[in-house]
Write a protein that binds this ligand. Structure first.
Ligand SMILES: [Zn+2]
Length: 108
């Protein structure tokens, strides 16, 4: 497995995993449990990370680069209708309950 992404925001790691899944790329989020007890562990050692098989590494990094570009011109955050969690505008599905965000507002 190879690490393709790390973030200070656990929801970002889940979003990356969700998007990769939509591209049929299997991935795992590491350190999501460590992160929840981050008072106990050195901060930099417990950043959430997304790992994929080496086979998918090049494609995954490309997709992640596109996601990060889309963050630049993101619109307003949206709130999930199902669980009430806030999501960044570029999340197409809820990071928490994975329900899709159909009525996504368009910035144009
Ligand atoms: Zn939700």
């Amino acid at each position: 497995m190879k690490k393709v992404y790390s973030t200070e925001i656990l929801a970002n790691a889940w979003n990356i995993r969700n998007v990769l899944e939509q591209h049929d790329i299997e991935s795992v989020v590491k350190n999501e449990n460590l992160f929840s007890v981050s008072g106990e562990v050195p901060f930099l050692e417990c950043l959430p990370e997304v790992w994929v098989k080496p086979l998918y590494f090049a494609r995954a990094t490309q997709i992640i680069a596109e996601i990060e570009n889309s963050l630049e011109d993101s619109g307003p955050d949206w709130v999930c209708n199902d669980c009430g969690e806030s999501n960044l505008s570029n999340y197409s599905i809820c990071w928490s309950c994975e329900s899709s965000h159909e009525a996504r507002p368009t910035a144009q």
